[in-house]
Write a protein that binds this ligand. Structure first.
Ligand code: NAD
Length: 359
């Protein structure tokens, strides 16, 4: 079914508010989720609502908490998110990081114990809108691991995203935003919901043997695991995200001493750099622009329409989905309606709020 994005935002905010989020925060989180859908990342869109509702109802996520400074070293700030909603505490952390980077030229913000941060690119884009380069090392904790170490067959990690953005004066920022697994866990969930398969080198079965069946993760007997992307190199970046995001940023890694109560929590170490403090801003912008032009001028490979930069697919998706609506598969929509009912909002009320573009 195709749903118009503003009505989908209303649906999401109504459910999140009913589950316990203060109204203003419910709207901000809903916009964050729908933006992920608009950007083409359904894995981090409204399909996350059931997990967010469960987190709040089970009191594993505290929607009233804000990021609190626990250590302030001027350019370096450590924050405890107290399981506050990821979109809220994440932007609070970025506000502090932006202010300090403008003051000192560089800042580092360690955010620990946040509820699911969602699409990490949103935080990098926010920094880029303020003219800052940013790098974000994130680990995922709070539930059982899903990803093998390179060369291993049992689970040790979740999907540890890495993100880096370079600002452009026209707002067309370069944004590399990715899970360090071949595919994000949410994409495996979406493939399972749709009865499809996942790309090769994404999953292994219980014997460590390659499979494209998402049921080994989301089926009734989930005995498989996900794989890091790019062999030992992607695996290396996943380890760095675990150690910088988890141990340095949040003091919480996936090692088994820490609780795994079924919630999805993130820890994020962000480094923000003001290009103006490094050198001449005009020269930086000119050099980045010239390199981008050179990359875009590449001759496309057979079967490819044009060479893109990181961040381009998301911008193209926003234009299409704002115009044509967001496709939500029936299983994902049913899960959203079930979550609404669980939160105390009738399914028919919620369904009536959605502006369906395909009848
Ligand atoms: P992806 O594989 O779709 O894209 C990864 C990156 O590659 C993006 O920056 C994209 O712009 C770029 N890209 C894609 N196609 C390209 C092309 N043809 N040319 C140039 N660049 C291209 O993303 P993913 O790994 O599936 O991650 C999806 C989302 O999941 C991200 O937003 C990430 O932050 C999020 N995530 C969040 C968590 C969490 O715990 N909060 C965990 C994992 C992933």
């Amino acid at each position: 079914m195709l749903i118009e994005h503003t009505s989908l935002t209303e649906v999401a905010s109504a459910i999140l508010a009913k589950a316990g989020a203060p109204r203003e925060q419910a709207v901000a989180v809903a916009e964050h989720l729908v933006e992920a859908n608009l950007k083409g990342h359904d894995s981090h869109g409204v399909g996350m609502i059931p997990s967010y509702v469960k987190g709040m109802l089970d009191q594993q996520v505290n929607p009233h908490n804000h990021a609190e400074i626990i250590k302030d070293g001027n350019a370096l700030v450590s924050l405890d998110a107290g399981t506050g909603l990821g979109r809220i505490v994440g932007f609070e952390a970025m506000d502090i990081g932006i202010e300090r980077a403008k003051q000192y030229g560089i800042s580092c913000v360690a955010l620990g114990n946040a509820a699911h941060l969602g699409r990490i690119g949103a935080f990098a884009e926010y920094c880029a809108d303020h003219g800052l380069v940013s790098m974000h090392y994130v680990n995922v904790v709070g539930h059982d691991p899903m990803v093998v170490a390179f060369g291993g067959r049992d689970r040790r990690f979740i999907t540890n995203p890495y993100c880096c953005a370079v600002p452009r004066p026209d707002g067309h920022h370069v944004v590399l935003d990715m899970a360090t697994t071949t595919v994000a866990a949410g994409k495996v969930r979406v493939a399972h919901m749709q009865g499809g398969s996942v790309p090769s080198q994404s999953l292994v079965d219980e014997n460590g043997v390659e499979t494209t069946d998402p049921g080994v993760i989301f089926g009734p007997n989930p005995t498989g695991a996900m794989q890091p992307f790019g062999g030992h190199k992607g695996y290396g970046l996943m380890v760095i995200c675990e150690l910088l995001g988890g141990a340095l940023g949040g003091m919480l890694t996936m090692q088994p001493e820490h609780p795994r109560r079924g919630a999805t929590l993130n820890n994020m170490l962000s480094i923000l750099i003001d290009p103006e403090a490094v050198g001449d801003l005009a020269s930086f912008d000119q050099e980045v622009g010239a390199m981008i032009d050179y990359i875009y001028a590449s001759t496309p490979a057979a079967g490819v329409d044009r060479v893109r930069l990181p961040g381009d697919p998301e911008q193209e998706s926003v234009a299409k989905r704002k115009a044509n609506g967001i496709e939500i598969d029936p299983n994902s929509w049913a899960s959203v309606l079930n979550a609404a009912e669980h939160a105390g909002l009738g399914k028919t009320t919620v369904a009536a709020m959605a502006n369906l573009l395909d009848g």
